[in-house]
Structures are given as structure tokens and as C-alpha cells.
Ligand binder design. Sequence first.
Ligand SMILES: [Fe+2]
Length: 382
Amino acid sequence: MIQRSQLDLRKFVAPEFICGHGALQLAGRYARNFGMRHVLLVTDPGVRAAGWTDAVGESLTEAGISFTIFDAISVNPRSRQVMSGTEVYRAEECNGIVAVGGGSPMDCAKGIGIASSNMRDILAFEGVDRVPVPAPPLICIPTTAGSSADVSQFAIITDDVRKRKIAIISKTLVPDISLLDPEPLTTMSPELTVDTGMDALSHAIEAYVSNASSPMTDVHALEAIRLISSALPAAVREPHNLDLRFSTLLGSLHAGLAFSNASLGAVHAMAHSLGAACDLAHGRCNAMLLEHVIAANYEAAPDRYDQVGAILGAAEGGRGTPAENVAAFRRSLGVTETLAAVGVREDAIRTLARQAYADPCMVTNPRRLTCEDLERIYAYAL
Ligand SMILES: [Fe+2]
């Protein structure tokens, strides 16, 4: 078990953010405040079809700011897509970025920002604190309640050549402002609501048991678990209820503030490896792994996991172990598949485990897991 003390040195980084109904319409005003003249508006086809890209575009136009839309982004943003966006940013002589969408457009926008300002390939920034020149101003407007890319100092990009996800962690990736509006969440499908919500729950739980947690991150992590466990199932049932959507957005915000500063653990390390190999939605990968990692980690942080289990148990009426209560919560949201059901084969586990073992998220996992431990966890989830 890793000994923690509240006297350990810790820092806490958070961006300016505005949350509430109508926050999206402030995009133009803040773009003008940051001196933006021509914006790269980074989004994806689904968000565009739902009308949220146009809504942000109207706000920019009303503020007298022109923009170019970049929406060639897949579910898991790829290094080539980041570099294509960087070319558009330069060719269109942009001087600021507005991202509207879920984690993929926001991570891609962060990547475009640092690749542009440093004039280097995005893969050169892998790891912690490896971005020398700050990015141009960035405004994030999330349309999901899960990734927390809108407040975090993380960007996850898939390396097209090596077919693996890289993590870039740097204070330069924290947006200049985030506009958190519950209305764009109302067009999410039930599946996307669940996947992104389970991502946020995984952020909160991993941050709470992280060996880099602190009294500041604990407050946010626990509040996130409370909000998500109570509001997420109801938001799936009532997708147009703005109060419920806002509660999930607040839950995601708290989870983001927690994990951006306490980092994550084996669930995310293993989900990154799995998502890159199978091109699965990130939140779904977390949902399939979470209870198995909790079972493996439990002895390293029993009191903390018991608190997590009690909150989820209270929401679900369960009296099981923390892992059992997380599993019951997942099932109640309709996530019932195993890794085998989504196409993972037993002979892929060794490679998945090796890649997960090298992920920076492993550094803050509460238990020192070996590569063989990770293989066993994947096998349980199969
Ligand atoms: Fe995540």
C-alpha cells in the first residue's frame, strides 16, 4: 500500500469556466476578448448535424469574428487528423481555436494548438510537460458530460503508425475558458450518454484512489461520484430534462478537476490500449474494465474504495463489495457486454497488457501492478 499524507506537496490547475444554460452563446464574446480575428472551429460531423456547430458559428459571427470549420475527426482522434487540422489552421491564418463537441474534437483542438505554436509533429509531445511553446487561445464547449477535456491538462491522441494511444499531459493544454451549457447534451443518444457518463465516473474513482490525490482533488472526486450515480440513470430516461443533464455536466466537471490534478490509474491505462487496438468508444472500454481493476486494486486503498462502493450502493440499493456495486450500476445502464463480445481475442491480451503497462496513467495507480497482473485483469473482463 502506498502511504499518503495530506502534507504532501500538491498543485491544482483549473481553467476559467462558465456553467449554466446559455453559456454556449458566450463563445463570440470570449473569442473577441481573447483577440481572435479568424477562428478554427473544431468539431465533428455528429455535433455539426445536431446543430451545435452552427449555433457557435452564429455567436462568432455576431461578435464580428470569421471562422473556418474543421470536422474531419473520428471517434478516437488520430495523429494524422491533428496534423491535417494544423495545416488548415496555418493555411487559413487562424489566431485562435474554438472546440465544440465531445472529447475527440476537444483533444484534437488541443493537439492542433500545440502542433501549430511549436511547428512540430503532434507525436513529439508524448508524456508529461513536453510542450515548450504555449498554444493559441482555446475555448472549449463540451457537448457530452464525460471526457472533461474542457478542464483537463490531458490530450489523448491515437498514433496512426504504431496503432496506440499516446497521452500528452501539460498545463499548456488547459483551455483558456470553457463554456458549460446543458442544452447541447440533450441531443446525445442514450448509448453516448452512458458511455461518456461511465468515463466521468471512472475519472472520479481513479482520481479518488490515485496515489497523487490530495484534499482538494478528493472533494471534487467524491462530489462527482455522488452527482453521476444519482443523475446519470435519470438523464438516460429523460434526455431532454435540462436539470438532470446539468447535474451530469457538473459531475463531469468535478471529475475533470479531480483527475486533471490527481491523474488516473490502471482503468485508463488499459482502456487506452484497448481503445486503440479495437477502435472502441473510450467510455465503453472503461465501463467494461472498471469493476475488474477495482477488485485487483482493492487492498491498496480499502477505505477509499469502500466509500466509493457505499455511494454507488446507496444509489443502486446494493450491499455488495465496491466492485459488485460498480458492476450493478453498469448493468443498470445497459452495459452488459464483455471484451470477447466486442471482438477482443484471448491471444491479443499479451500485447494489450504490454501497451497498458507503459501508459503514464499506471504511475498513479494505487497498487503496483505487473504486466502479468494486467493480463489477468483483461482475462477476467473477457
Ligand atoms: Fe477518460
